[in-house]
Each structure stands twice: as C-alpha cells, then as structure tokens.
Design a binder for this molecule. Structure first.
Ligand SMILES: [Mg+2]
Length: 231
C-alpha cells in the first residue's frame, strides 16, 4: 500500500533546459503578441506559466483575456520543441534524478507525481527532452490548474485520493522544489518540503525558509530515500 506522495517540481529540480524554456516562451510571445513581448524584470522561477504570461502582457498594456493562454500555448510548445530538436539548447536531468526516480518506483511506500508551474504539454516536452520517463509520475498538478502555486497541492491531493480510492492527508505528502515558492506552497498546505539548491534560489535563501530539509542536489539518493521514509 502506498503511503507517501512525492511531488516534484520540474525546472531547477528535475531538470534544467539551459535557457530553452525562457527562449521558447519569449519567441512564442513575440510571435503572438508582438516583438516587444519580453520577460525582462519578471520573476520566472517558481511561478505558474499562465501568470508569467499575464504579467508579460500587463507590461505591454494588453488587457487580460482567458483566450490569450489558449492562443499562446501551441506556439510555446512549437518554439520549445524547435530548441530541443535542433540541439541548440538541450534539457539535462539534475544530478541524482534518474537514480532517485528509479528507487522511488521500486519502493511500494511511494507514489510519485509532478507539481509544477509548467503547462502539461510543455512540461512533458521538457521531461522527454531530459530523458525522464513520464511513466514515473502518476499524479499531476500543472500550472493552469490553480490561480497560484499554493492551490496546486490540493489538486494533487484529490487526484492521489482518486488514484488510490482512499483518504489521504497532506502530512503524507512531500514537495521537492528549488525555490522559496515551492517551499511556501508546500508549507501552506501542511506538506513536508525538501528544498534543492540546483535552481534559482541558493542554499542561504532556502535555509531561511520553512523547508524541512535543504540539500545541494539530489545525488545522495540513499540519504534522501531514508529521509523521505520518515513520514
Ligand atoms: Mg523550479
């Protein structure tokens, strides 16, 4: 019986795209909304893609409209895919990620999912480009499934309960992420949080949060597995 749900953030945690994510986002934005579209001065790490789009459009003085995201997303997918296909920017799994996912899959105490600001199709594209098998993740909470990141753990929770046809509580859930926003979204819902210093926020910043554990990267898989089992 599975007792613990592990929810991974994608960018900066499972992988890095070496700039393909931001480049693809900006190229798609420029294609759809004009050449002045940019992410300059905007917070990107730990944010939800629809909110990043909304803030970029705010900068251009374009009034918010739900249709903007629908129009934007296939272009974003296409631009991101072109980066990966051409090899000019490639996605790379972070240290220890493959081993950790394999160990979690072998252990019946765990269910594994993603909780991310990415949209489904571009999140899956990044995982594939980094050689990470989607089959590892049975539970998903994507960037367009809440108005803010702290709304995503309840989405994951209801899917986990449906997946297992059983009641579950947030204390049985661990969020693994690279920013202060991953930490605050987890703690706001009563999850345990493992913060990893492979993304935008450094160790000093993450140690000032309520994260239950801060690690440099995910390469100490045995140590992390024992910590995860201490529910
Ligand atoms: Mg991240």
């Amino acid at each position: 019986m599975s007792e613990i749900l592990i929810l991974f953030d994608i960018d900066g945690t499972l992988l890095r795209t070496n700039g393909a994510g931001v480049s693809g986002f900006v190229e798609a934005g420029q294609r759809v909304f004009g050449i002045d579209f940019s992410l300059e001065g905007l917070l990107v790490g730990g944010q939800l893609d629809p909110l990043i789009l909304q803030r970029a459009l705010d900068k251009l003085g374009i009034e918010h409209n739900d249709a903007h995201l629908d129009i934007f997303r296939p272009h974003y997918h296409e631009c991101l895919k072109r980066h990966f296909d051409s090899g000019d920017r490639s996605a790379v799994a972070m240290p220890g990620v493959h081993d950790l996912l394999n160990q979690l899959a072998d252990h019946e105490a765990f269910d594994v999912g993603v909780l991310t600001g990415n949209l489904r199709e571009t999140g899956e594209l990044k995982l594939t480009a980094a050689g990470i098998d989607h089959a590892h993740f049975h539970i998903h909470a994507w960037g367009d499934e809440g108005e803010a990141r702290h709304e995503l753990p309840p989405v994951a929770m209801s899917r986990w309960q449906a997946h297992r046809s059983a009641d579950r509580v947030f204390e049985q859930t661990v969020i693994i992420g690279d920013t202060v926003h991953d930490v605050s979204c987890g703690k706001a819902n009563g999850c345990r949080v493992l913060a990893v210093c492979t993304g935008v926020d450094d160790r000093e910043t993450l140690e000032q949060t309520e994260a239950d554990l801060v690690v440099d990267d995910l390469s100490d898989t045995d140590g992390i597995m024992s910590w995860l089992m201490r529910a």
